[in-house]
Write a protein that binds this ligand. Structure first.
Ligand code: NAG
Ligand code: NAG
Ligand code: NAG
Ligand code: NAG
Ligand code: NAG
Ligand code: NAG
Ligand code: NAG
Ligand code: NAG
Length: 496
């Protein structure tokens, strides 16, 4: 497979400058998608099923075969899913882990040295129906529907690219904490290793259960943690304490965020109406805090609490929820007609990174019944851990939308391989290797953290990793030399 990213970059950058040469992007894409190489008219879409109303439902993908010969040899493929619900995985390809990186506030795309396709074969999928470039009218009411649609798509995908016998890794972020466990579980249920050999699952900043668990319950403790950048006045600080005590939030943490776990958590969360899953009167603490944060920092982003003004322009029109585009962009880059044509995307689709759920929900009536009824993906997570022995749940520290301790709270409510939760609080250092190049190669080319960046822990087939706000002072000794050279072969060392 020839590596021709620079010509793609040129093409993607050109619309920003007012010219356009989409045919070059097109030829690159065909080069990466062998099945379509000789057939300009065939698009990377798959009919995954037709519903009774005769409307076809199609998911959209962008597949990057790995540049790593080891991945080819190993016959493995990784699926990446963005959350939302209703956010396009193609958007995270550009700003998180794909071959092309076009970050907010920058004038053009650059190659992403840390792209996951340098480790293994990766496909980013716009799903469920209603998301990104997918086609059709959403009919999903719960995660079983989402998984059924995905498995239909996956069967076609495996057949198109002859991926029978490949090990499948299901990964994603945020609301993929719902999608990935249900999809993995449904694949494993098929007992068909030719098509559905799920060998691992990894989720970052996942939402697994009721939203209040990740927001109202955790917000007071997170305000304390971030006091240096959330300098609330005395009266508002007192208000937070009062509401937190009245609604029982931190008390819930004190009771259940313990190691080993005290016991299974109740279905009804404190401060919430169990019928509506909405906060009881006077208990909407997360919303109160976010409104007050906006007074302190009008450019606040729940996606990264450390962001301040100015809000950066963003080629995908997201900008941490502020939805600002670069000045010359009438629409996000993936909605440019020439980009859509080059990507074999439907010309009549309107691409936005995250669908506005009030305008175009991806679940019928905007409700995912698997989330609202509880216990979310906690119902299927243990089975995925038990059957793969290879699940990672990680969480970044600066997330103020899905607050980080929610992942640990969820883990402490899961029973897998015969026991409830982790028996010990994660304490081992999470070590990221320093990779070659160094500062002399230029910041943009190498920018990536290294060293001890948080904590990690593994028990009975489940591993977690947490970015930390309190830097460890642990010296990773004991021959913990980091691999030299490029990121090439999955050389991330966990735990020194
Ligand atoms: C090209 O795609 C068209 C439409 O899907 C199909 O009918 C045709 O057989 C394809 N040709 C080749 C060479 O694959
Ligand atoms: C399934 O994947 C695993 C790797 O996780 C591999 O060892 C095994 O051989 C695969 N099974 C089949 C039947 O392909
Ligand atoms: C596995 O699934 C594929 C796709 O649905 C199907 O064609 C094949 O017959 C299945 N194999 C077995 C052994 O069930
Ligand atoms: C904890 O797990 C139990 C058993 O699965 C479930 O009934 C309950 O709803 C969960 N609690 C929360 C807060 O998710
Ligand atoms: C304290 O902060 C809150 C929340 O930002 C604000 O509504 C209130 O007016 C402030 N009080 C004073 C006395 O500044
Ligand atoms: C877009 O075009 C396709 C193919 O012509 C058609 O099936 C689909 O319904 C159209 N979608 C919209 C949203 O108009
Ligand atoms: C969606 O809302 C409509 C109108 O209120 C209702 O008739 C329908 O049953 C709802 N569908 C689901 C799946 O909740
Ligand atoms: C990665 O794999 C390639 C090919 O097997 C090898 O040449 C290279 O040295 C490896 N790099 C590292 C950092 O292990």
């Amino acid at each position: 497979m020839r590596w021709v990213l620079p010509s793609l970059l040129l093409c993607l950058a050109i619309p920003a400058l007012g010219a356009s040469k989409p045919q070059r992007l097109g030829s690159w894409l065909r080069g990466q998608l062998p099945t379509f190489a000789e057939n300009q008219t065939q698009s990377p879409f798959f009919n995954e099923r037709s519903s009774g109303d005769g409307v076809s439902h199609e998911l959209y993908f962008w597949f990057f075969p790995s540049t790593n010969p080891v991945a080819q040899q190993n016959k493995e493929i990784l699926i990446y899913l963005t959350g939302g619900p209703g956010c396009s995985s193609i958007g995270e390809l550009l700003q998180s882990n794909g071959p092309i990186s076009w970050q907010p506030g920058t004038l053009q795309a650059i190659p992403n040295k840390w792209s996951w396709h340098r480790l293994t074969n990766v496909v980013w999928v716009d799903q469920p129906v209603g998301t990104g470039f997918s086609q059709g009218t959403p009919t999903a009411v719960n995660q079983q529907d989402v998984a059924r649609d995905f498995l239909g798509f996956w069967t076609n995908f495996v057949e198109t690219f002859a991926l029978q016998g490949y090990a499948v890794y299901v990964t994603g972020s945020s609301y993929a904490g719902m999608y990935a466990p249900f999809i993995s579980s449904a694949m494993l249920d098929r007992k068909n290793k030719t098509y559905f050999n799920v060998s691992g699952m990894a989720i970052w900043d996942g939402l697994y259960s009721k939203v209040a668990l990740t927001q109202d319950v955790l917000v007071a403790s997170n305000v304390n943690k971030w006091s240096s950048i959330l300098p609330f006045n005395d009266s508002f600080s007192a208000f937070i304490k009062t509401i937190d005590a009245k609604c029982g939030y931190t008390a819930y943490l004190d009771e259940f965020l313990v190691f080993p776990p005290k016991g299974v958590q109740p279905s009804a969360l404190p401060g919430q109406n169990p019928l509506t899953n909405l906060p009881l009167p006077g208990c909407a603490l997360y919303l109160s805090v976010v409104s007050a944060v906006l007074e302190l920092n009008p450019c606040f982003s729940a996606f990264d609490i450390t962001l301040h003004c100015p809000v950066l322009f963003d080629p995908i029109g997201f900008a941490g929820g502020h939805l600002t585009l670069p000045p010359a962009f009438p629409v996000p880059v993936f909605d440019f007609p020439e980009v859509k044509a080059a990507l074999h995307a439907p010309a009549n689709a309107t691409w936005v990174f995250c669908q506005n759920p009030a305008i175009r929900p991806v679940f019928v009536n905007g409700t995912d019944q698997s989330l609202n009824a509880g216990p979310g993906s906690q119902a299927v997570l243990p089975g995925v851990i038990e059957r793969t022995g290879n699940v990672i749940l990680g969480h970044g520290s600066r997330d103020f939308l899905v607050l980080p301790e929610a992942t640990l709270l969820t883990i402490q409510n899961l029973t897998w391989n015969g026991r409830l939760g982790f028996q010990q609080r994660p304490a081992a250092p999470l070590v990221l290797p320093a990779h070659g190049g160094g500062a002399s190669a230029g910041v943009a080319a190498v920018a990536a953290g290294a060293g001890v960046v948080g904590s990690t822990h593994a028990e009975r087939g489940l591993t977690c990793g947490f970015e930390s706000t309190e830097p460890f002072t642990v010296d990773v000794g004991g021959g913990g030399a980091q691999p030299a050279g490029d990121l090439g072969n999955g050389t991330v060392v966990v735990g020194g």
